[in-house]
Design a protein around this ligand. Sequence first.
Ligand code: ZN
Length: 244
Amino acid sequence: MTEELIELTNTLAPDLVPVPVDAEDVCPMCRSWRPAGEPRCNNCVQAFDELTAPCELVIPISLYSKPSEMRDRLTFYKDGDESQQRQYAPEVAAILDRFFVEHGNQLQDRTGGWDVACVVPSESRVPPHPLERALSNLPARYVPERELLLARDVGNVGHRILSDDAYRVKENVVGLTVLVLDDVYTTGGRSQSAASALTLAGAHVAAIVVIARRVNPDWKPEVRAMWDRQAARPFSFSEEPWWV
Ligand SMILES: [Zn+2]
């Protein structure tokens, strides 16, 4: 790990919110809030209702809410003006890089490893996805061959919209194990639709790794309680993650 990576990511750490361990009010799949007595959050229930093969192992590096510096970073590294993109894109890449340097071996042990990593394509942007570009400056290490396996297809996808045919798998993936990467997980519409498409095409999805899972503390007091609990804790890149 380079000094620069440590220094940059340590500067960003105060903007990150630790992902909760198992608890009654935590969705065991995506680490957001879940209603009392429910097995999963509403988003994950919907993923199982509407997709053939959602991925049960979702690994957010951080939680985020809106408004926040983290939300701006994850929005404007791709949609901002030139100076925002210049500042935020290396920060987004560094967060993912630090995660893999700290926990890549553990993730390989936990999942059995993967053959390729694949970034979920944009709705409308011309490929490559800005996350792909942000990653392309980094050493391969734990994210080998970030092939553009997926393209948008006919199915609808977006906020609370999931479909098996939202993405077309462009290559033969039969027997391949794929790690799905995305920047944010808001309802899981995009990354879970991608995971389902890959699985239906014959791949095994090892996990979905996202930089941040959105939580909306304004939705209900119970969500706020869970958010406040996590936001009160300092974030550390080296802390043992919940999924180990
Ligand atoms: Zn969930």
